[in-house]
Design a protein around this ligand. Sequence first.
Ligand SMILES: O=c1ccn([C@H]2C[C@H](O)[C@@H](COP(=O)(O)OP(=O)(O)OP(=O)(O)O)O2)c(=O)[nH]1
Ligand SMILES: [Mg+2]
Length: 151
Amino acid sequence: MDPKSTDLRVGVRRLVSRAGQLTRATSGSSGYDLASAEDGELIILPGAVALVRTGLALELPPGLEGQVRSRSGLAARSGVFVLNSPGTIDSDYRGEVKVVLANFGDAPFSVFPGDRIAQLVFMEVPNVCLVAVDEMAPTERGAGGFGSSGS
Ligand SMILES: O=c1ccn([C@H]2C[C@H](O)[C@@H](COP(=O)(O)OP(=O)(O)OP(=O)(O)O)O2)c(=O)[nH]1
Ligand SMILES: [Mg+2]
């Protein structure tokens, strides 16, 4: 795809030859699919969690993060999901992107090299200026939370 002048440059480094390419299933997909770069089958037992290698490292520009999100098909069909979804890939991280994959299903789940196990969505992180305050503007919700609006 030809880069447009408005595109944010994201460097992608493949750490191992078996690492997949970051691609989107369709041009309208939000997420780039993350595939397993483990060197063999990985079996995640029911109730277990595995840290799955992607073999990829990213160079994100300041102000951009990567969010590691579950794939709904894996969640709906197998009960397999990204435990910490959305996982945060910090812009200053230069290590390997890994996926914390949990199996909530009732059967062992096999991950083979190249299997698409999660997706990566790029999101802009606004710069904020934190200011200590003693008073806050009142709102209708106030301190209500955790079901305060009813079931
Ligand atoms: O699903 C994830 C979540 C994080 N990371 C990597 C990239 C991220 O920049 C780094 C730190 O993530 P996080 O801040 O969530 O972890 P932490 O427990 O706060 O560790 P740290 O103290 O290193 O920030 O770990 C992943 O590869 N996959
Ligand atoms: Mg952290």
